[in-house]
Design a protein around this ligand. Structure first.
Ligand SMILES: [Zn+2]
Length: 143
């Protein structure tokens, strides 16, 4: 499903560079990618040139499953940007690949009154020109 560009909400988009390009462009191929240490296997997010666990510099992007649980959230009611209309859910999701591997994102496709900490979610990408913003929605495959 693709939303026409004129119907997408306003977003502040990142400037792409060698340290973050894997993250913001992975969704163009349907993949949520994080840097992973080639020596100890630790996922590093936000991106860093050095593994914080073993100090290796052998980091490379790797796709994760895209499934997650809602770690915490808040509902924004303040109209900070014209065209990005409240209310919307600012969420922190935790990925099952590694304890503490978390991502700040928006939860979409879910009535606000049904949002619950611990709910199963999955990634969905909002395509913007040369990048794709990873958002999360309720996971229909969750038990
Ligand atoms: Zn490491």
């Amino acid at each position: 499903m693709t939303t026409p560009a004129e119907d997408l909400p306003f977003r502040v988009l990142p400037r792409l560079g060698p340290d973050n390009e894997h993250f913001w462009t992975g969704g163009l191929e349907g993949e949520l990618r994080f840097l992973r240490c080639g020596d100890c296997g630790y996922f590093v997010h936000p991106p860093s040139p050095v593994c914080p666990r073993c100090l290796s510099r052998r980091l490379a992007p790797e796709a994760v499953s895209g499934r997650a649980t809602l770690h915490t959230f808040t509902v924004n009611h303040q109209p900070w940007y014209p065209g990005f209309d409240p209310p919307y859910v600012v969420a922190v999701v935790e990925l099952p690949e590694q304890e503490g591997l978390r991502l700040t994102t928006n939860l979409v496709g879910c009535p606000i009154e049904e949002v619950r900490i611990g709910m199963a979610v999955r990634v969905v990408f909002e395509r913007r020109d040369d990048l794709a913003v990873p958002l999360f929605e309720p996971d229909p495959a969750a038990p």
